[in-house]
Design a binder for this molecule. Structure first.
Ligand SMILES: Nc1nc2c(ncn2[C@@H]2O[C@H](COP(=O)(O)OP(=O)(O)OP(=O)(O)O)[C@@H](O)[C@H]2O)c(=O)[nH]1
Ligand SMILES: [Mg+2]
Length: 385
């Protein structure tokens, strides 16, 4: 049975993992030659790590992608030493590396509130500069989310994520029939017959309330951000943490996983996602799988079964849905093919988008060069990003 065919296609998400920005430190303030006054230094531009921030939010909030700090104050009779210009802070996600136009690393943001100076303000005018101020540093920078793997395994505890990783790679993660066996990401590589490699991150299990830091909570969610695609792994027989907590059927676990991702960072569920329905070797698994497919094809018909606050804004649409057994190996080859196809398609779409943008930039710059005087053009193009 070829299940790649029963895919619910969707466009590849608008999750972005890199961004190019123009930054400029503020100019210094004028000195005061007659009284020996010193102009204020221009403000600096910083990139600062914020837990809740994403590159997509940064891009949406500042579509111009230009960050310029304030100028230093001129020296005046009433304030001979001019005050410093206002610093500019660029909010960025944790887990970012910052490079300049030449690919040289400027720094990394590894934890909340880490900050990196990217463009320094110019010095104020003083005796040394003949009281003339200096311009701020201009710099084009690249923010790159440091990916830990191509594919991240997302699922409730015990769904069989580690079992799946050990099936598709040489990794030997711990596997056990209790929740939260995996406590930190474990990496493995799928190696295809033509030697192509795809990295897979086995991640700790997620439970309801993870976004509020229940279970492995944030530890788990922060790693999910750093993978190109998500592979949801669900147990066809559902999940129950303990006899005191509610039983969740497979469909419910998918809805709850989506909700947790959305609550943590809304755009996380816009990442391309695949679904592996695991433990298909168990009795009645086929019937349950058909029921699950029916629910996934018409999710809206089943949402009334959920409490309101558990319903995600957007139901995740999977590129591929593949029934597997990490125990017997059923469906594993097909899953590997689907993972590869999905990553290839994402790469193609990103390439297309990149070329379209380059073409557009070229057209814009041509228009500018025809419509402006040459002298004006030189100034404008050096400022363009
Ligand atoms: N019958 C059956 N059992 C499976 C299958 N895959 C995994 N299991 C069993 O399910 C239990 C949990 O498997 P793990 O691979 O540790 O699950 P996990 O998702 O990594 O769990 P956490 O690390 O706790 O989040 C183990 O007892 C596995 O042997 C399967 O396809 N069929
Ligand atoms: Mg595990």
């Amino acid at each position: 049975m070829v299940h790649c065919g029963c895919t619910l296609f969707r466009k590849y998400g608008n999750f972005i993992d890199n961004l190019r920005l123009f930054t400029k430190g503020g100019s210094g303030g004028m000195g005061y030659p007659r009284l020996g006054g010193e102009g204020g230094k221009g403000g600096d531009v910083w990139v600062v790590a914020h837990k809740k921030m994403t590159l997509k939010q940064l891009k949406d909030k500042y579509p111009q992608k230009r960050f310029v700090a304030g100028g230093g104050a001129n020296s005046r009779v009433s304030a001979l030493k001019g005050s410093k210009g206002k610093d500019c802070e660029i909010p960025a996600p944790v887990g970012i590396s910052i490079t300049d136009e030449n690919g040289k690393i400027i720094g990394e943001l590894n934890k909340e509130e880490d900050r990196i100076l990217v463009a320094e303000g110019g010095l104020g005018g003083k005796l040394l500069t003949n009281f003339l101020p200096l311009k701020g540093q201009k710099r084009v920078i690249h923010l790159d989310l440091k990916l830990i793997a191509d594919v991240g395994l997302v699922g409730f505890p015990n769904a069989g994520k580690s079992s799946l990783l050990s099936q598709v790679s040489h990794a030997k993660p711990m596997i056990a029939d209790y929740a939260f066996t995996t406590l930190k990401p474990e990496l493995g590589k799928i190696i295809y017959n033509d030697f192509k490699q795809i990295s897979v991150a086995d991640l700790p299990g997620l439970i309801e309330g993870a976004y509020m830091n229940k279970g492995m909570g944030h530890k788990f969610l922060k790693h999910i951000e750093r993978t190109r695609q998500l592979l949801f792994v669900v147990d066809i027989s559902g999940f129950q943490l303990s006899s005191r907590t509610q039983y969740r059927a497979a469909f419910e676990t998918i809805i709850l996983l989506t909700k947790e991702l959305e609550l943590y960072k809304e755009e996380l569920h816009t990442k391309p996602a695949l679904l592996a329905v695991n433990k298909m070797d168990l009795p009645n698994a086929q019937d349950k799988f058909h029921e699950l497919m029916n629910q996934l094809q018409n999710p809206k018909d089943f949402l009334h079964l959920f409490e309101k606050n558990m319903i995600p804004e957007k139901i995740v649409e999977f590129q591929h849905i593949i029934p597997i057994s990490a125990l017997t190996g059923e469906g594993i080859e097909e899953l590997k093919d689907c993972i590869r196809a999905s990553l290839d398609e994402q790469a193609n779409q990103e390439n297309d988008a990149y070329h379209k943008k380059q073409l557009l930039d070229l057209r814009i710059s041509n228009t500018i060069s025809y419509s402006r005087l040459p002298s004006e053009h030189t100034v404008a193009s050096s400022e363009m990003i």
